[in-house]
Write a protein that binds this ligand. Structure first.
Ligand code: HEC
Length: 115
């Protein structure tokens, strides 16, 4: 009897000590796409080269100068993005114009998959 009581006490303690959910389950899951790319010359190029690996949100949530966009596009090409050299200027102008230093956006709040 004593043993049963002991087991019950241990179980109650274990359940009450279990961590609360660390993430708000009502938040959208990480990877949810929030924004489409805005219209404009260069949009199709950027969609074709940049969206195979990540959502538009990673672009929308940036404030980069033209120099920084140039470096980012070059880095992404080194990482495997496919873009013709002749298409680079138009893509960089599009990115700098839409997601430059004055860009405003609402940061996306998400929770990891599985929570
Ligand atoms: C071959 C896959 C791939 C392609 C294609 C790609 N990216 Fe990325 N990109 C990544 C990875 C991996 C990361 C880092 C991980 C993450 O945050 O998702 C990243 C992150 C970024 C970031 C976040 C900041 C940073 O520098 O890490 C920006 C901005 C970005 N990419 C822009 C672009 C643009 C613009 C293009 C199109 C020219 C592009 N990406 C195409 C793989 C890619």
């Amino acid at each position: 009897m004593k043993r049963v009581l002991m087991i019950v006490v241990v179980l109650v303690l274990a359940v009450s000590a279990a961590p609360k959910k660390p993430y708000d389950p009502s938040l959208p899951v990480l990877g949810t796409t929030f924004h489409a790319l805005p219209a404009g010359t260069g949009r199709r190029l950027v969609e074709a080269s940049c969206l195979p690996c990540h959502s538009p949100d990673i672009l929308v949530q940036q404030r980069l100068t033209e120099k920084q966009w140039t470096a980012t596009v070059d880095k992404m090409i080194r990482w495997g993005a496919v873009m013709k050299d002749s298409d680079k200027p138009a893509a960089i102008v599009y990115l700098s114009k839409n997601f430059g230093v004055t860009n405003t956006f609402t940061p996306a709040k998400t929770r990891p998959v599985g929570y």
